[in-house]
Design a protein around this ligand. Structure first.
Ligand SMILES: Cc1cc2nc3c(=O)[nH]c(=O)nc-3n(C[C@H](O)[C@H](O)[C@H](O)COP(=O)(O)OP(=O)(O)OC[C@H]3O[C@@H](n4cnc5c(N)ncnc54)[C@H](O)[C@@H]3O)c2cc1C
Length: 493
């Protein structure tokens, strides 16, 4: 890595240091567990600051839920498909990596929403004046939508789309109410049914009845008036590969446990009178038994997995990690021999279908076939059914009849089927989660002794259920490690 990058200046508007610069001539050893966008961002910023960083990734490839996969002729994403324009940390990263030219704009994305009657209406993925034309809304609801859009625009400077808990600064009760209740109350039940619910179910597998209003309230103010989202030339995994190329990454290595031997493991022990910056003995045990020692550990795995990794968690860690919950997602990809017109359909909640998102895309065929790739994302209810019936490895069995009814010669034209089951799709910020998360960040960032808190956590579950949120959390985790490292330096001196 060249030295100009090592000292690259970054903005301080979101509370992070102005420069990622070396903090020590004696680099401290940092382990980053998990090579998703959160872990790789943290590792990259720490390396820029002169730390001795090693990343450990259980999978054979980096990227986690921001990667690309190919099975036979079928190429698909491991997770994220779109980049929203508002991520400050992510945009900074893209600029630092000189990757601006890989952003491919997609303007005015729409889907056809299919109602139980079979009638269709167009849904705008980015809220716009055209959303007012959605059928099935009362006049009072259309007027409420205009008022609501004005209120949302006014929130733009007060909420951070990468930080769901920033909405608590506007009104802490948003954390307590479900998105469904919020939408019904502020804009009307038909807006929920015909716009909000289909989009949240089809794109995120989120159920507005169980999700708090935080995601909506932090992202929508930054989407109104925007018409462009991005995909990445060369695949969604490109950014993670570019980061990994500058780091020491051990792939295919599962971390079995994280342990701090200097710390006590109970909240009360934070009262014990040892030196504030005593060097704790931090160990990482790998699946094959290797034990490694570090000064700091960044835990960047999915939150529900972190709970199993960290031995003897302290009380604030336990309280947070126990409350993390992800939804699951099933997708079936079909390679289809014949040409089909490009289309994307969303289903409403009461449409009798197990498919929330149905998409026909031109395939990138080898030897001329398949010509079309069909993407079928299960509804949240169908994902539950797949789990209950033990069909997570054979989701096609749940969908085949429905697809035969849509396309009469479906069986004859299908060349390949890829089953994609994602047990941890997105963290669900259910009502009350925001307050717990805010307390957790206060604890992570608080003026504590290093010996008590040597693990720093990041990931989408700590920030926002988006790749830009995960990236922002990685930057923030790096800042915490640097602060702790500089305090250690002072103590050593
Ligand atoms: C289907 C889907 C669609 C999405 N669509 C979008 C979208 O369009 N736009 C958007 O912004 N976001 C989207 N997201 C969300 C986005 O992909 C995630 O929020 C983001 O990628 C999460 O990054 P992360 O680093 O927090 O976690 P991850 O990417 O999950 O990284 C965690 C890593 O830790 C590794 N790991 C776990 N346990 C261990 C262990 N014991 N030892 C070593 N390594 C371990 C995992 O293998 C993984 O690589 C989508 C997600 C999914 C699943």
């Amino acid at each position: 890595m060249n030295s100009s990058k090592d000292h690259h200046a970054i903005g301080s508007q979101d509370g992070i240091p102005n420069q990622w610069q070396p903090v020590s001539s004696m680099p401290q050893r940092v382990a980053v567990v998990g090579a998703g966008i959160a872990g790789l961002t943290a590792a990259y910023r720490l390396k820029q600051a002169g730390m001795d960083v090693t990343v450990f990734e259980a999978q054979p490839v980096v990227g986690g839920r921001m990667g690309d996969r190919k099975v036979g002729d079928i190429a698909f994403n491991s997770g994220a498909r779109l980049v929203y324009p508002f991520g400050k940390s992510f945009n900074r990263l893209i600029a630092d990596l000189s990757l601006d030219d890989i952003l491919v704009p997609l303007k005015n994305l729409t889907a056809q929403c299919v109602a139980p009657s079979g009638s269709r209406h167009t849904i705008e993925l980015m809220p716009s004046a055209r959303s007012l034309a959605t059928p099935g809304l009362r006049l009072t609801e259309r007027l409420a939508m205009i008022r609501h859009a004005v209120q949302m625009r006014a929130l733009k400077s007060r909420v951070d789309p990468d930080w769901a808990i920033s909405a608590l600064g506007v009104d802490a009760t948003f954390d307590q109410m479900t998105l469904a209740a919020y939408t019904r109350d502020r804009v009307g039940p038909n807006v929920l049914k015909n716009i909000v619910e289909p989009v949240f179910r089809a794109t995120r597998s989120f159920n507005p009845e169980t999700l708090s209003a935080l995601f909506y309230l932090t992202t929508v103010p930054h989407l109104i008036g925007e018409d462009t989202v991005y995909t990445l030339k060369g695949g969604m995994g490109r950014v993670c590969h570019a980061l990994a190329a500058q780091l020491t990454v051990r792939t295919g290595v599962r971390v079995a446990s994280i342990e701090r031997h200097g710390a006590s493991g109970t909240a009360n022990d934070t009262q014990t009178p040892h030196s504030p910056w005593t060097q704790p003995d931090m160990t990482l045990t790998l699946d094959h038994g290797e034990v490694l020692h570090f000064d700091h550990i960044v835990c960047a795995v999915e939150g529900s997995l972190a709970r199993q990794l960290v031995k003897r968690p302290l009380e604030p860690e336990r309280a947070m990690l126990d409350s993390v919950h992800y939804n699951a997602l099933g997708v079936v990809h079909y390679g289809f021999a014949g040409p089909l017109p490009p289309m994307m359909n969303f289903a409403t909640r009461d449409t009798p279908s197990r498919i929330a998102t149905y998409q026909q895309l031109p395939a990138a065929p080898s030897q001329g076939r398949p010509l079309t790739q069909i993407y079928c994302q299960l509804t949240p209810e169908a994902a539950d059914e797949a789990r209950e019936r033990g069909l997570t490895d054979n989701l096609d069995a749940l969908l085949r009849d429905e697809l035969r009814a849509r396309i009469p010669d479906f069986d004859a034209q299908v060349l390949s089927v890829v089953n994609q089951w994602i047990p941890h799709k997105l963290p669900v910020f259910s009502p009350g989660y925001g307050a717990r998360l805010q307390a957790f960040w206060q604890w992570q960032e608080g003026p504590a002794r290093v010996v008590d808190r040597p693990v720093v956590y990041c990931g989408d579950w700590t920030a926002q259920a988006l790749l830009t949120g995960a990236c922002a959390s990685g930057e923030r985790a790096a800042r915490i490690v640097l602060e702790r490292a500089s305090k250690r330096m002072v103590q050593r001196a």
